[in-house]
Design a protein around this ligand. Structure first.
Ligand SMILES: CC(C)(COP(=O)(O)OP(=O)(O)OC[C@H]1O[C@@H](n2cnc3c(N)ncnc32)[C@H](O)[C@@H]1OP(=O)(O)O)[C@@H](O)C(=O)NCCC(=O)NCCS
Length: 200
């Protein structure tokens, strides 16, 4: 089967979570960092595939799904949906670690975000946002660029004028990739960088 980009379908739910975990440590595997294999996905993948599946696309090769690009057309309204339709159910399943002593492990850091989600910054020129993660076998072959082209074209057709994304400061590879793609740095702090690209 040739490589193809397909629309997300609920039968791939667990695979998306798996790819999220396998790429969740600044682009490398995060399996060894989590006792709970789901919690990273609950923060960074689940909201997208469940609340905005029309903005989720998968990369498929002869071995199966090997990557995804997921996001939101309008970041601020998506965040409101996350608060009302995604987090309440999960908050019933987990306990808020806020009162427990630090340092928190990686699971606790993710669980904290389920109770205290980061409020997205408003970038009026870049209202959409995305996350892209490819398994190692799909990396370095120009497929990330293809996925970005596909996703941005779709957002553009649906009326977006630009997008931003956040990345961990340690993920140098992704930083170079986005820069090469034409994204510009919008903001940076000790832990993360926000980049944006306009469609106009
Ligand atoms: C980051 C990622 C999406 C990039 O996709 P990719 O398919 O590996 O990258 P591509 O092969 O499409 O690279 C596109 C261009 O960026 C360049 N590029 C990629 N990595 C680079 C690096 N480390 N330094 C400089 N340029 C780089 C490539 O050379 C290529 O340029 P070219 O077209 O002139 O050859 C992918 O590697 C990935 O999913 N990594 C793991 C998860 C991750 O880190 N996700 C991002 C989280 S913010």
């Amino acid at each position: 089967m040739p490589l193809q980009i397909i629309s997300y379908n609920a039968m791939y739910h667990d695979l998306v979570y798996e790819i999220c975990l396998k790429t969740g440590n600044a682009g490398a595997g995060a399996e060894h960092l989590h006792n709970d294999p789901m919690v990273l996905g609950h923060v960074y993948a689940g909201p997208y595939i469940n609340l905005e599946p029309e903005s989720a696309f998968l990369l498929e090769d002869e071995m199966g799904v090997c990557g995804y690009i997921i996001g939101a057309l309008d970041t601020l309204s998506f965040f409101n949906k996350v608060k009302s339709d995604w987090l309440p159910e999960l908050q019933k399943q987990y306990s808020d670690p806020t009162e427990s002593s630090k340092p928190w492990n990686k699971d606790e850091k993710c669980i904290h975000l389920l109770f205290h989600p980061e409020i997205p910054q408003d970038f009026p020129e870049y209202p959409s946002h995305l996350h892209i993660d490819l398994l190692p076998r799909a990396q370095g072959k120009g497929l990330g660029k293809k996925m970005m082209d596909y996703f941005m074209n779709d957002l553009k057709l649906r009326g977006s004028k630009g997008l931003h994304l956040g990345l961990g400061i340690k993920n140098q590879r992704a930083f170079h990739f986005y820069k090469k793609y034409g994204m510009k740095e919008l903001k940076r702090d000790r832990n993360s960088i926000i980049m944006g690209i306009s469609f106009e």
